[in-house]
Design a protein around this ligand. Sequence first.
Ligand SMILES: [Zn+2]
Ligand SMILES: [Zn+2]
Length: 170
Amino acid sequence: MIRLSEIEDTQVLKGEMDTVRFQQMGDTDLKLLKPVTYELTVAKFDDTVAIDGPVNVAARLECGRCLEEFDIELALTLSIKLVPGTELTQSPEKELHGEDLDVYYYEGDEIDIDPFVYEEVMLNIPVRPLCSEACKGICPQCGKNRNTEKCDCPEAPSSLLGEKLKSFLN
Ligand SMILES: [Zn+2]
Ligand SMILES: [Zn+2]
């Protein structure tokens, strides 16, 4: 939580978000191996607030191919800008979006940082994670994890071949 009236010029904001806090922020079943940590520099120029700094995440994900769990660590950088206003006063031209920074709106004197950290993390967690690019996945026929076990199942015929075979038999 930042209290703008307490910031002279810049302020370094260190913090962490544990699993409980993380799940409060959104509907996520992300398994954190340790709390997400951040060290953000908050800079105030008139009414504009710029927030920049590293966010570190260690999480356990499930491979989309072999369904085994594996751990990842992400070193992210949060970089946002806030201007006074509300969603309702947002101009449709979005002229502020010309810059690389994401621009958000704040009201009053307090800004809760956690939702921004949460969003940055969730945007960077792979949607379909793979334990490795070379993961061989699970055999669709016998169900063995082909990374660790060998199976002798024949390659499934492609559907195109199946179609040809069908028309041949007819
Ligand atoms: Zn895998
Ligand atoms: Zn198999």
